[in-house]
Design a binder for this molecule. Structure first.
Ligand code: PLP
Length: 455
């Protein structure tokens, strides 16, 4: 099937010209996989500078939650921009207070919360770590293998989904001990319940031999692991962590940067298991594309911060707060339920695809946070990494924007406003891409070679 939306070779001439200029002046550190150069977007569709139209199932890495340039979000930003662009976090403005009040209503904590404003996920995580140390007077932390929390020196100390993110930067913040994230598909421990096994490992091995629990300020965990492979923890795991933290006076930090704000069909992913954190970090989907992060903490925790203990220049920017308030309206009224409904439909269709292709080892997720893990065969479960890279590349050529995660998992994180017909279109593009990969020897070209990205 020829996709009539793709009108030029890819990358097209205008995209190539921009890539050439970029290669001379923009940092080569960005982990770019294929040469998509955006011109504009609307809803779940994006167009490149050569006029080719793509279906966007990556949403700017799970950021464009309400779709590209949702009119209500754009309107709110324009309205805020007409009044003032910036005042700094040294002063007050209503947008910031409104957003913190809104979080106080929405947060999964069973007591009132307070909020700190940031610009990104990593900055939110840094603030959460500082808060945990400040409040507990303890210095150690536990994090999870496969976790991703950002790339600044504190959050990077936890990030462990790929070693390229770490390589060349050691030492990062000291005091972080990693434990495995429970994975029933690839169990590391004996027994059917990997969640329980990880909890016992922390309690009976780590706390006994290596890390005194009384020195641990907090455990930082993604309620659904994102970058590391879209792993949904076994039931009981987060509740077990909560119980373990309570017993040892350790704070529990949920990093909801990727999984929060309606993505999983609930406002926050931890609500699937009804477990409350002490501190929660947000960013990505919160601003529909505007750079905003938040640390939301129980008032009993955050109220210990003294004046001047932590701050920034741009936190709570009025345009970002306006975008976040408009986003939360849309997500609460429509898109959270839409993500649950369309996500279920999508999962069922992917399960049907898995029945046809043995290279699909597992389909998992919640709402519109869905991973499809590719394996060379189902018995050995060897990650089919080159197939995954090739599939992402082919999908781009066929008009579908995707990203990978883990070793060989395709992740689907479209805007939360998509409908079933867009899922059908994406699935057809996915199927023909998979089919063409399977039919080419060695799964064809995998990742774009560096010289394709830097012509
Ligand atoms: N935490 C999680 C769970 C993330 O997925 C990410 C980014 O992917 C971050 C933190 C870091 O966010 P940012 O890239 O905005 O710094």
């Amino acid at each position: 099937m020829k996709n009539t939306h793709i009108k030029t070779e890819l990358p097209g001439p205008k995209a190539r010209a921009l890539l050439a200029r970029d290669a001379l002046v923009v940092s080569p550190s960005y982990p770019r996989d294929y040469p998509f150069v955006i011109s504009h977007g609307s809803g779940a569709e994006v167009w490149d500078v050569d006029g080719n139209r793509f279906l966007d199932f990556a949403a700017g890495i799970a950021v464009c939650s309400t779709g590209h340039s949702h009119p209500a979000v754009v309107e709110a930003i324009k309205d805020a921009a007409d009044r003032f662009l910036h005042i700094s976090s040294d002063y007050w403005h209503e947008g910031q207070v409104k957003l913190a009040e809104r979080m106080n209503q929405l947060a999964p904590m069973r007591e009132p919360v307070m909020s700190f404003f940031a610009q990104s996920g990593t900055e939110s995580v840094e603030a959460a770590l500082k808060l945990a140390r400040y409040v507990t007077g303890r210095s150690r932390f536990l994090g999870f293998l496969g976790g991703f929390h950002g790339r600044t020196m504190g959050s990077l100390a936890f990030t462990s989904s790929k070693y390229t993110q770490q390589k060349g930067f050691f030492p990062t913040m000291p005091g972080v001990t990693h434990v495995p994230y429970p994975n029933n598909y690839r169990p590391l421990f004996a027994g059917a319940d990997q969640g329980r096994a990880v909890l016992s490992y922390i309690e009976d091995v780590l706390f006994v031999h290596n890390v005194p629990p009384a020195e641990v300020a907090a455990i930082l965990v993604e309620p659904i692991q994102g970058e590391g492979g879209y792993l949904v923890p076994p039931d009981g795991f987060l509740a077990g962590l909560r119980e373990l933290c309570d017993r040892h006076g350790i704070l529990l930090i949920f990093d909801e940067v990727q999984s929060g704000v309606g993505r999983t069909g609930k406002m926050f992913a931890c609500q699937h298991w009804d477990v409350e954190p002490d501190i929660m970090t947000l960013a990505k989907g919160l601003g529909s594309g505007m750079p905003i992060g938040m640390v939301v903490a129980k008032r009993s925790v955050m109220q210990h911060w003294s004046r001047g203990a932590h701050g920034n220049t741009y936190g709570g920017n009025p345009l970002c707060c306006a975008a976040a308030l408009a986003t939360l309206d849309l997500v609460e009224q429509r898109y959270q339920a839409n993500a649950a409904r369309v996500g279920d439909y999508f999962m069922r269709k992917l399960a049907a695809l898995a029945a046809q292709y043995a290279v699909i080892g597992e389909v998992r997720g919640k709402g519109l946070m869905i991973g499809m893990e590719l394996v060379t065969d189902r018995a050995t479960k060897t990650p089919a990494k080159s197939l995954c890279d090739a599939l992402i590349t082919r999908a781009y050529h066929n008009g579908l924007i995707l990203l990978a995660c883990g070793q060989s998992t395709v992740r689907f994180m479209p805007p939360l406003m998509i409908d079933e017909s867009q899922v059908d279109e994406a699935l057809e593009l996915l199927r023909i891409s998979l089919e063409s990969c399977m039919n080419s020897t060695g799964w064809g070209a995998g990742r774009y070679a560096d010289d394709m990205l830097t012509p």
